[in-house]
Design a protein around this ligand. Structure first.
Ligand code: CAO
Length: 438
């Protein structure tokens, strides 16, 4: 065992730099090359790595301290004394201060170059490399985050809080506002598109080409537009298409509706889809989650939103606890929620809390489409109209009723293989609903 002094290595042209972030504390076990602290000059910020693996015994610096090349930043207890070999370098950055088994020696940590040149990016606020990396991973525009650290430095907490506000819809980034303004503005006067480097929205005198009528855009449509724009821009979304053979399920549905004719409850394919989706969500829990900063929130409830076309625009009522309800109850509740949506009578509670959404155009038509994820959910299923198609069974083509499925998913949480598996599993369930019992 040896106690090493870990020192600030050669940091280039900077005479003195300030400690802005401590990345380890006494008692921490660290690996060689692990970052110990972040220092910052007025030109750059950089992380100081450890030359050895070991346990931090004592920190010799605190936030705000000024350090220079050779300053001791911490004492490290290491068993790695063999690695403390004399290095062919003129700046010892590590000294053994207590080495019962060996004589004093020194080693140079791996050279570490400044990782961020703020000089080259004059508009970027102060932030450590790890905070910049974190912001980049989340897609958070750092120059829009208000820093609460010293000299207005943006901290990890600032980035997390900003990201949460955007997800909650209380804050919009300039990029979102710009596109929303452009999309919301019938006249294209929203100049904020410039923030995205986009050319201005085309401004056309339509009356020059023929008669026109102007209508104000409704409140619900405006809200939807802002949300859809944010979700379309911020989520790296991909859509996988597949088909489910619902021949037997449709026969069962028709029979069920005959049986329930007197009660008046009509079961549509959407009720089965909700039930089948719950089974698939249980099988692939990441589809029933949300991103929250650095964490994934996996939900242990299955509340399914469904898009409803209403005279006022798109609404998404939420069928709560779909896992605990049977097909007939789901159908009844869905019909009530859809009616309320069309009458504009949904309460906020009936429109919130969804963990996954289905958008069914099955009653209308079409083959496939690419629905936009209803943030902060991470996936949405689009469904179109089923039709009878010739399906090869290995010997002959059979007429089968096929349902087109389009699953859009957030690539930050889900990957293509999982999405393909989700669709395959969902199609299996719809092919034989007995599988929900498994
Ligand atoms: N394939 C074939 N037929 C289908 C079907 C499908 N996938 N889904 C529904 N149908 C049939 C129903 O069985 C019903 O047939 P009958 O009239 O013969 O009984 C008919 O289509 C109409 O169904 P519906 O639309 O009334 O009922 P639903 O449960 O399927 O859907 C609701 C309810 C509220 C989701 C729907 O009315 C609606 O608003 N859909 C539009 C959703 C939308 O706008 N999505 C896009 C969002 S992105 O802008």
């Amino acid at each position: 065992m040896a106690i090493l002094e870990i020192k600030v290595p050669d940091i280039g042209d900077f005479a003195e730099v300030a400690v802005i972030e401590l990345l380890v504390k006494p008692g921490d076990s660290i690996k060689a090359e692990q970052s110990l602290l972040t220092v910052e000059s007025d030109k750059a910020s950089m992380e100081i790595p450890s030359s050895h693996a070991g346990v931090v015994k004592e920190l010799r610096v605190k936030l705000g301290d000024k350090v220079a090349e050779g300053s001791v930043v911490l004492l490290l207890e290491t068993a790695d004394v063999a690695a403390v070999a004399p290095a062919a370098a003129n700046v010892p950055a590590t000294n053994v201060v207590s080495a019962p088994d060996r004589s004093t020696t020194s080693a140079l940590p791996a050279p570490h170059q400044p990782t961020e040149q703020t000089q080259a990016l004059p508009h970027l606020p102060h932030a450590s490399p790890s905070v910049r990396k974190f912001a980049r991973e989340l897609g958070v525009p750092l120059n829009e985050v208000k820093g609460t650290g010293g000299k207005g430095r943006v901290t990890l907490q600032d980035v997390q809080a900003f990201s949460r506000s955007v997800m909650a819809g209380t804050v919009a980034t300039k990029a979102i506002t710009a596109v929303a303004e452009q999309k919301n503005s019938a006249t294209g006067e929203g100049a904020a598109g410039a923030a995205l480097g986009l050319i201005p929205w085309p401004k056309v005198d339509f009356a020059k080409f023929g008669p026109i009528e102007r209508k104000n855009i409704g409140r619900i449509q405006k809200i939807s537009a802002a949300n859809l724009t944010r979700n379309a821009i911020m989520i790296p979304a991909v859509t996988n298409h597949d088909d489910a053979d619902i021949t037997d399920l449709e026969a069962f549905r028709v029979q069920l509706n005959k049986e329930n004719e007197k009660s008046g409850t009509k079961v549509t394919m959407l009720a089965f889809l909700i039930k089948a989706c719950v089974a698939a969500l249980k099988q692939f829990p990441q589809f029933n989650s949300s991103l929250d900063g650095e964490q994934l929130v996996l939900k242990k409830y299955w509340h399914i939103g469904f898009a409803a076309d209403t005279p006022n625009g798109l609404m998404v009522p939420v069928l709560k606890d779909a896992d605990q309800k049977g097909i007939v109850q789901i159908s009844t509740e869905m019909a009530e929620l859809a009616k309320k949506a069309r009458e504009g009578k949904l309460s906020p509670a009936e429109m919130t809390g969804a963990s996954f959404t289905i958008s069914s155009l099955g009653g209308i038509g079409g083959r496939y489409f690419t629905p936009i994820i209803n943030a902060p959910e991470v996936a949405i299923l689009g469904v179109c109209k089923s039709r009878t198609e010739p399906v090869w069974d290995g010997k002959a083509f059979q007429p089968r009723l096929m349902l087109p499925l389009s699953l859009t998913w957030d690539h930050r949480v889900i990957d293509g293989a999982a999405a393909a598996r989700f669709n395959v599993y969902l199609a299996q369930i719809l092919g034989d609903m007995r599988r929900v019992l498994l």
